[in-house]
Design a protein around this ligand. Structure first.
Ligand code: S3P
Length: 179
């Protein structure tokens, strides 16, 4: 694996709740790589949380900052990078990420919903709403985003298909890796 990687960074892409941060921490430790999270870099840069950035400056501003974070990361070596769920939607981000290896954590909708419902949507501005029908709105929103972005995620070099996750959540996750 070391010769395949050759010091290149690994970019984890996938929907909110697909486990990019969790997997990124484990993988970076296993490889002896550093770990970075593009959302955290944007938050450090702007000085407020992602949710606040969306509220105060809007999504386009966030996307610009996210691209800038990826540009800086693309100059690094031996990093595992957890990206925000929307990075795949901008062509310029692929230019940066293709300096390394992109890995799509392909997690089924049911599992995403379960995980996100467990932690709440407050920190996720694309999902957050105060209404009483929050759960069904989260499901609809997540499923729309997944459909819109499916093709973009599929551009990743490696796909980790976790189709059995929905049934197995809470027990051992079963994943297939397709390079
Ligand atoms: C987003 C996902 C979030 C964050 C922002 C937008 C998206 O990151 O970048 O709220 O467009 O899917 P996570 O995927 O880490 O939740």
């Amino acid at each position: 694996i070391e010769s395949y990687l050759n010091g290149r960074c690994i970019y984890l892409v996938g929907m909110m709740g697909s486990g990019k941060t969790t997997v990124g921490n484990v993988l970076s430790n296993a490889l002896g790589y550093s770990f970075a999270d593009s959302d955290s870099l944007v938050e450090e840069d702007v000085g407020i949380s992602v949710a606040e950035i969306f509220k105060v400056y809007g999504e386009d501003f966030f996307r610009e900052k996210e691209t800038e974070a990826l540009r800086k990361l693309s100059l690094m070596h031996q990093f595992v990078i957890s990206t925000g769920g929307g990075v795949v939607t901008r062509t310029i981000n692929w230019k940066h990420m293709n300096k390394g290896i992109s890995v799509w954590l392909d997690v089924p909708l049911e599992a995403l919903v379960k995980r996100i419902s467990a932690v709440g949507t407050r920190s996720r501005p694309l999902l957050h709403h105060d209404s009483t029908d929050a759960y069904s709105k989260t499901v609809v929103r997540l499923s729309t985003l997944l459909e819109e972005r499916g093709e973009a995620y599929a551009k990743a070099e490696v796909r980790v298909s976790c189709q059995k996750l929905a049934a197995k959540l809470g027990t051992k996750d079963v994943c297939n890796v397709t390079p």
